[in-house]
Design a protein around this ligand. Structure first.
Ligand SMILES: Cc1ncc(C[n+]2csc(CCOP(=O)(O)OP(=O)(O)O)c2C)c(N)n1
Ligand SMILES: [Mg+2]
Length: 797
């Protein structure tokens, strides 16, 4: 920890100036350009200027990792600018194309953002799970040559309204969380509102209940000194009792207003009148604004005292807009300083016009001294913060013995179980996790073999009591499964943390998480967040669709295939057969480790840059196809589709299906064979990759790459234009409806559009119109010809 308070005070001013100027400048430019003001959160930034100055220039060490509250992005970029990690050009383009990002972004910013933030609450929980990940990595004997880092979140106070933070808190308690600091910017303002009185006391109790230390940073050193003066105790009592909105309003109103209010309230109570009167208006305002979160000595002392591995929450009192004319005003969230206010601020900061970007402009300390200080800043001492880890070799083929009739979920369990049997580097780096559905998603076999993770070993009581059980539930530091409570948000944030281990810990993990398909929606924002920051993992969602029959509508997923297509950074697959799954899984373990290469039209499938993978699986046992897995078939499965029955040259109709509905598609094609010529059957293993390839090829051609052809275009190349396509899946029909647009064929998309219900498979497939009969009826409607003999009249349901 560096303790040159004078230098830190100078940098605090500079950081506040640069952040405010960045926002002002960007708005000013944009306003001239298109008349739009774009906001920028000057007040939210100012609120944490002191805390972040203390952290980045004095407290943080190279091994620490930080999630900065979204609206402090300008402060973060200003700090990086002073440390030489951010360019003036990008600051000038703040919120513009390729400029510094409005919210810190690991993937879009260039200044070493540790964790992206933006959707409030997620970055906070990410630090907790990153700390668990660090413990996991070290417990497995990896990365021990590096010092243990601390995961730090700078949290907006209203951010604490987000439930996912408390879900994470509970999980942290269960897992024995260490090395985690959450620093709440307690400015008592959110976007619309002023925070309710006494909330900090609830937080204090809450955090303590979960085993955290709580440090309340309420009074700055000026206030602490004043409390020792005669009458000081009265002042302290007044501050303690002052309602949040009134305090904010007085901060905004300034010194004279403080004087009047304090005199009216306590001025006649002995010495306190003198305490007030011996200060000028400015001095009085400085005293009353001197809350803990704006006082470098108090902050440094608090951080120093917490230099242990205990999880610690700092409730740090601040003023939103501190140091700016917007300070304390309840409307200040998106408020911008006017040009006139900015001009006054510039003069107060002694910044010459035209020298606004000067790193040391207007400061009284000689720049050599500040430069020397910055050169010694511990945070930046170890150079680039982003680490990497070598690729772990993945077997070219994954094998398992499958039953002749089986489901993809069973196949998944068998494949992982067989990986778990081996002692390869590959098997050792897999880490599985599941929100209370480990066994019901078929991870049980793998977990039996590899054990559950806990920093302290815990025996399986059933085993030690010799009570027979299918599962061996032993916890140890070497275990490879992290058991989670039911919260799906936690699953995805943990996957996000595990999936960044190569970059954060320099040790690669291969995370696999399982959950029921419909509950992806519960954790969806966290999934999006994980993908946005380029974490790498496999999510296996099973069971899925109305195929879950007896479980009913609450457990049956409909929209998830569309989520799989639309979610960037996530390659989605829905295989029907376990041999397809084996191919996809082997590919996925390699794909998730890829990196490098710019994302471009040529690699829109991210095949060079890699990403995460979503497998939508099913509990429905279906008859498997005995076949040889050729190289060509393997490639087509990964590219998204292959002909299970190639259409002939006179083909009138094609059935394209995805997933567990395969038997219905096969049956339908059989029923039509006598009455429609050369019927084709297209197995779609990934609507996502198929669609992405098609879109990319079109764009590439529009840009002059005339020979660009996507996989689906090649597959449909010989299909005559009059041929109809019936698409079918146990999910929303829009997933495959676009197939008709590839070569201009008529399409009739079948799928599930309305909430599911209980019933037998036959009942439900008939009701929702995805059984063989419905497929044939659709074929007859779009591929006219003689009536299809096997088509029974469809019952109305
Ligand atoms: C999940 C989510 N919901 C809503 C928002 C919009 N939003 C951004 S900041 C904010 C309030 C922030 O208040 P606080 O955390 O106290 O930060 P401050 O502005 O006081 O620094 C809201 C509602 C968001 N970014 N993310
Ligand atoms: Mg706030």
């Amino acid at each position: 920890m560096t303790d040159d308070i004078a230098a830190l005070r100078e940098l605090e001013k500079k950081v506040l100036w640069l952040a405010s100027w960045t926002i002002h400048n960007a708005n000013h430019l944009r306003e001239n350009d298109d008349g739009l003001k774009v906001g920028g959160h000057q007040a939210s930034s100012a609120s944490v200027a002191t805390i972040m100055t203390a952290l980045y220039f004095a407290v943080l060490r190279p091994q620490d990792r930080v999630a900065v509250k979204p609206h402090a992005s300008p402060i973060f970029h200003a700090i990086q600018y002073l440390l030489g990690k951010q360019t003036r050009e990008r600051l000038e383009a703040f919120r513009g194309y390729r400029g510094a990002q409005s919210y810190p972004s690991r993937t879009k910013d260039v200044d070493d953002v540790d964790f992206s933030t933006g959707s409030v609450g997620l970055g906070v929980a990410q630090t907790l799970f990153s700390s668990l990940t660090q413990d996991y990595v070290r417990a497995h004997g990896w990365g021990l040559d590096r010092p243990e880092g601390r995961m730090v979140a700078l949290v907006g106070d209203a951010e604490l309204d987000e439930g996912n933070i408390f879900e994470a808190l509970l999980e942290g308690w269960k897992q024995g969380l260490r090395n985690c600091w959450w620093i709440a910017d307690y400015n008592r303002q959110s976007l619309d509102a002023v925070v309710r009185e006494g909330l900090w006391e609830r937080y204090e109790q809450l955090f303590k209940n979960f085993g955290w230390d709580v440090v309340i940073l309420k009074y700055g050193s000026l206030q602490q000194a004043a409390f020792k003066e005669p009458g000081g105790e009265k002042l302290r009592q007044w501050i303690d009792n002052c309602p949040n909105p009134l305090y904010s309003a007085l901060v905004f109103a300034g010194g004279a207003a403080w004087r009047k209010r304090l005199h009216d309230a306590i001025g006649d109570q002995g010495d306190v009148g003198l305490l007030i009167d011996k200060r000028s208006d400015d001095e009085l305002a400085a005293l009353m604004n001197n809350l803990g979160g704006h006082d470098l000595p108090s902050l440094l002392e608090a951080f120093r005292n917490a230099d242990n591995d205990r999880p610690t929450c700092f409730i740090s009192y601040t003023v939103k807009g501190f140091g700016l004319p917007l300070a304390g005003h309840k409307d200040n969230h998106a408020g911008l300083m006017t040009p006139a206010q900015m001009e006054t601020f510039r003069q107060a900061m002694h910044v010459r016009r035209g020298h606004e970007w000067g790193p040391f402009e207007g400061l009284s300390m000689p720049s050599e001294r500040l430069e020397a200080f910055l050169d010694r800043v511990p945070f930046a001492a170890a150079g680039a913060r982003r680490l990497d880890a070598p690729v772990i070799e993945v077997p070219a083929e994954l094998r398992s013995a499958f039953q002749a009739v089986t489901s993809t979920q069973t196949g998944f369990g068998a494949l992982l179980n067989d990986i778990g049997r081996t002692d390869s580097d590959f098997a050792r780096h897999i880490v599985t996790t599941s929100p209370d559905v480990t066994v019901s998603t078929n991870l049980g076999g793998f977990v039996n073999r590899r054990g559950l993770f806990a920093r302290q070993a815990m025996a399986d009581t059933f085993k030690s009591e010799r009570i027979p059980s299918t599962f061996n539930w032993e916890f140890s530091p070497k275990g490879q499964h992290i058991e989670l409570g039911i919260a799906e948000m936690n699953l995805f944030i943990l996957l996000s943390a595990l999936g960044l281990s190569h970059a954060i810990n320099g040790e690669r993990l291969l995370p696999v998480g399982t959950l029921y398909d419909p509950f992806i929606a519960r954790g969806l924002d966290a999934l999006n967040y994980a993908c946005y920051q380029d974490a790498r993992f496999i999510v296996v969602a099973t069971p899925s669709g109305i195929t879950l029959a007896g479980e009913g509508g609450a457990h049956q997923s409909i929209a998830e295939p569309l989520i799989g297509m639309a979610q960037d950074g996530l390659a989605s697959f829905e295989p029907a057969y376990v041999d397809e799954l084996a191919v996809i899984l082997a590919w996925a373990f390699a794909y998730m480790q890829k990196s490098g290469g710019e994302i471009s039209e040529r690699n829109w499938l991210h095949d060079e840059t890699g990403g995460s993978v979503y497998l939508r699986l099913s509990t429905r046992p279906i008859e498997q196809i005995a076949r040889e897995m050729t190289l060509e078939l393997r490639q087509q499965i990964v590219d998204g589709a292959y002909w299970l029955r190639k259409p002939g040259p006179n083909c009138q109709v094609i059935v394209a299906y995805t997933g567990a509905i395969a038997p219905e598609a096969i049956t339908a094609v059989g029923l039509m064979a006598e009455d429609r010529r050369d019927v084709g059957l297209l197995a779609v293993t990934s609507a996502d990759r198929l669609n992405a390839g098609w879109t990319a090829a079109q764009r590439a051609r529009e840009r002059g790459l005339v020979h660009a052809r996507s996989h689906i275009e090649r597959l449909l190349a010989d299909v005559p234009p009059h041929c109809g396509i019936v698409t079918v899946l146990d999910g929303h029909p829009a997933t495959l409806a676009w197939l008709g647009a590839v070569a201009g064929n008529r399409v009739r998309p079948l799928g599930v559009e309305h909430f599911g219900q209980t019933g037998s498979l036959a009942d439900l497939y008939r009701h929702y119109g995805i059984d063989a009969n419905a497929i044939v009826a659709a074929a007859q409607a779009i591929a006219p010809g003689r009536p299809i003999r096997h088509l029974k009249a469809l019952p109305l349901s």
